[in-house]
Design a binder for this molecule. Sequence first.
Ligand code: FBP
Length: 262
Amino acid sequence: MLPHATDDISRDGKSLILAYDHGIEHGPVDFEPNPDTANPGRIFELATHEAVTALAVQKGLAEAYYSDYEDEVNLLLKLNGTSNLWMGEPDSAVNCTAEYAAELGADAVGFTVYGGSNNEIEMAEEFREAQEGAREHDMGVVMWSYPRGQGLRNDGSPEVISYGARLGLELGADVVKVKYPGSAEAMGDAVKMAGPADVVMSGGTMRDDRDFLRNVSNAVDAGATGIAVGRNVFQRDDPERILDALEAVIFQEADPAEALTV
Ligand code: FBP
């Protein structure tokens, strides 16, 4: 990782990345709990919340909306993505270059790597191109490091998640986004494996407010620099309220129970 590479998508060394690539990754089903969120404009507005340090979207949404928000929102442009209609071994189509991301005004690029997939070799090579392209344009690099594939029996185990964190460091990511491994201790191991690269936890499926904030707090206590979250924010009836609470937990290290009352 390069020093200062994440300055544009973090605040005081912490990050709250609002992820909104679900329209491609999961499809319309993710918008059902809160139908307004099918409208990308609603999410770009949400990303102006002061807690949000960057918004992760695909190229098409950036082209359509970002020019209206470039003064208020930091753009993390996802360079690859696959729909849930794809039934093959985990893979992700590269659908944008680092050069075009820079043209669209991106502050950083995002890239999924499925370590352990039968497609890992190609994905690592594609990541190399994206990472080096980002460096040429002074953009930070965030790896969605999600080991999975037919050969991996337990892709949610702490060992596999730590390995994913390490892959991010070895391949040149500035930030590695990993699934929450289930405990502060396991998160601490992943953070250690990532060395100088930042680690952010992935939000995951919708959870009870307290459980969710407790996991985030554990992750931050263990050295994670924050979260990259989608569903646990935008699927709630009041996404702004959970952003207020996340801000307190991540940036002020507030107790999760107290954060809900701010
Ligand atoms: P969530 O907070 O909703 O889990 O989003 C994080 C994220 O990495 C998204 O960026 C992505 O769309 C999704 O999870 C992928 O999840 P998975 O591949 O595990 O279904």
